[in-house]
Ligand binder design. Sequence first.
Ligand SMILES: Nc1ncnc2c1ncn2[C@@H]1O[C@H](COP(=O)(O)OP(=O)(O)OP(=O)(O)O)[C@@H](O)[C@H]1O
Ligand SMILES: [Mg+2]
Length: 317
Amino acid sequence: MTDDAAAEDARRGGPDPAARRAVARAAPDPQTLQAALDATGYLTDTGLSTALYLALRLPQPILLEGEPGVGKTEAARALAAVLGGPLIRLQCYDGLDAAEALYEWNYPRQLLGIRLAESRGEPLAEADLFADAYLLRRPVLAALTHPGPTPAVLLIDEIDRADDDFEAFLLEVLADASVTIPELGTVRAAVTPVVVLTSNRTRDLHDALKRRCLYHWIDYPDTERVVEILRRRVPGASAALATEVTAAVRRLRTLELQKPPGIAESIDWVSALTVLGVERLEAEDADRTLGVLVKYREDHDLVRDRGLTWLVGAPDG
Ligand SMILES: Nc1ncnc2c1ncn2[C@@H]1O[C@H](COP(=O)(O)OP(=O)(O)OP(=O)(O)O)[C@@H](O)[C@H]1O
Ligand SMILES: [Mg+2]
């Protein structure tokens, strides 16, 4: 390694050789990673498993986009399970600020510390109150300070819901794998976390953020894979039911619904039908359980207008 490369690694807080080895063992190549993800119950195609492999091995943050319910969040969970490290999740929302993502001082505990010192007549310097013991590590700091050797997976979920300022803050953290806490100094990642960002594309993200990330669009899976997912997630369901539900959902997705059902709703539907003892999908079953699948009244009307016999694929008549 050249001096420059070593300096760059040191600046980025990695790569820690033990962490590299741990990642290389879990994901020696894309096929092995795909099989390992499969074993956790998360099914991928070659495109997704290769993208995740690159995110682990380069390493580089990865941005996953796709319709609701295609398995963006689950991808991070499955990666953490394969690596055997913690999953640390930051759920984004409008108004999320750096403090909530990074750290806060434990104010009640600081007050208690002051009272105790007073009652014991002990001296207390300001620096004593801004020590590690009073620091509440929020997800980003928790991921950066995870000791390893297996890296943490930092899931920054639904980044499109956070605002521009937060995106800018994140950019800095991703670029340096370090953060500065005024009272404590700069904290560098001991082991660079695996960073997975997800977005539902309610707004476009900045190019600067995208430039630092690998990108993968997760498509709605093909029929065979959906059936397999349903069978894995609802072990009690009959094979015929899983196939019929997959076909019905695919038909539904051709209608102009406000919220087309995804994999999550399909899993819920198969679970509900199985609890009701249904083994083959009939129009009446679809009728009484439609609320598991379709969550807008207007969508219900659309489906009923099109016909429940059409939905379940039964011949008209
Ligand atoms: N490829 C897959 N293999 C196994 N299960 C999957 C897969 N994709 C999705 N699922 C299941 O579908 C459900 C929805 O997945 P998930 O929550 O990850 O979707 P999402 O893309 O994050 O959706 P949203 O945008 O609504 O947050 C979960 O129960 C998950 O287990
Ligand atoms: Mg999600």
